[in-house]
Design a protein around this ligand. Sequence first.
Ligand SMILES: Cc1cc2nc3c(=O)[nH]c(=O)nc-3n(C[C@H](O)[C@H](O)[C@H](O)COP(=O)(O)OP(=O)(O)OC[C@H]3O[C@@H](n4cnc5c(N)ncnc54)[C@H](O)[C@@H]3O)c2cc1C
Length: 522
Amino acid sequence: MRREEMVRRIRERAKRNEPWDIAVIGGGATGVGVAVDAAARGLDVVLVEAHGFGKGTSSRSTKLVHGGVRYLEQGNIPLVLSALKERGLLRQNAPHLVHDLAFVVPNYSWWEAPFYGIGLKLYDLLAGKYGFGTSKLLTKEETLERLPALEPEELRGGVVYYDGQFDDARLLIHLAMTAADHGGTVVNYCPATGLLRDTEGYVNGLTARDEETGEELTIAARIVVNATGVFTDSVRRMADPAAETLVVTSQGIHLVFNRSFLKGDTALMVPRTSDGRVLFVIPWHGHAVAGTTDTPVDAPSLEPRPLDEEIEFILETAGRYLSRPPSRADVLAVYVGLRPLVKGDGKTSALSRDHVIHLDTSGLLTITGGKWTTYRHMAEDCVDHAITLGRLRDETCATKNLKIHGYREPVAHENADEHFEVYGSDAEAIRTLTRDPAFAAQLNPELPYIAAEVVWAARAEMARTVEDVLARHTRALFLNAKAAKAMAEPVAKLLAAELGRDEAWAVAQVKEFCTLADQYMV
Ligand SMILES: Cc1cc2nc3c(=O)[nH]c(=O)nc-3n(C[C@H](O)[C@H](O)[C@H](O)COP(=O)(O)OP(=O)(O)OC[C@H]3O[C@@H](n4cnc5c(N)ncnc54)[C@H](O)[C@@H]3O)c2cc1C
């Protein structure tokens, strides 16, 4: 993917006065999913993202590809069924990024084993042919064998079940590359600034600004899809300032610790916290991630902040189950995501996680809600609607068996270079870069990332800023904010050389990133 080429295509098309079939606003899981679906059907699709791909919620999830045990408890069987099927399809189409993970629900009371045992059997059953592994009851010894860091006092046993895990931002980047591989045009740092209307008042395109040059771009399109997550209503109000609120926001935080807090390869699932939710502590990229919370938020922001009580809640809840309770001093990073929830009357934790497709009277098509896991199904639904509304060529959806960029059969674990696994088939190209010894250098002793990954991100993945590289193209900021801060200077130098930027740019980038990284520390 080359950004200059993407912008050139938009400019050329405007000159020819030729509308795109579909223009998508928003480069998170939802929008990029729509771009992949449309491109794979052979439609002309363009996507604009205001910041780096995945800057919003889609890089800030719990990293689970799951049916949602919690939704099973809420009785939302259709959502669980659809998510379990999507979980299976995602592992099939991106095996380099999605893998099985065993979860243990520890039992400290006599009733928990039969209660959770039966519930998780139902979860297995609903997965059908898309199953990941069979749940089973564990003795106390088996439970501790899988989760040696668990508090043994009063432990009676546990239940093990299986779900999927992934690297959300990496999948997003590979989806953007998949869209591009199929002829789609995707541009980052290009916010939609307004909507165009035809003589009858219907939305027939948008204006966008190239943040790197200040150039105003005009994008005529048969259908405009609004996929801006928690920013959904602000885009809807570009068409109709009086549009009623569709999306409410709730935030969830995660704390990241050293892996020693969760020894072994199994995740811990606490099925009922004091606020009636679930809490996960999962192994991820050599660290342990604990989350999450559900706190209503008045107004969406790009960099939401964790509340002190949210941090305390996670420390306290995780501490009750771990033999070595973590403290604030052990937190290597804290990250916060905002849920776009479709408005209802109840508590945010009770609002549906189903997706919604909404058509405004202006003809603007909005897709929101849902989960990362179900992005493909959401996209299929949205493009089906877009084809009808925009009278587009009626091609059937092609993503059920579409291999995602980087697709590679999983390498047997003992031979795998875990760190490079997430790049899938691109790993070879990155390794080739390390023939230049300058690119083989590790950027910080605390994290495995090397200079070649920065160069690759700039050359092939449209990374434009230090934040892109450290937050999403690698996950340094999410794993260890202090180490990420220390990496900012070498990353800025490498990027400046790749992107043809001067020293002043690199200095400004380092300053900006360090201010951001401070917000990821507690
Ligand atoms: C704490 C938390 C944990 C979660 N964990 C999981 C999980 O483990 N598994 C799971 O399946 N799901 C999970 N989810 C849900 C999942 O992350 C979200 O459903 C999904 O990421 C939403 O994606 P999106 O594309 O709709 O929104 P976003 O990712 O927020 O994307 C919207 C994009 O629109 C862009 N934008 C806004 N305005 C404009 C504009 N004017 N022009 C151009 N671009 C614009 C933004 O910059 C942003 O990048 C979790 C959610 C949260 C909050």
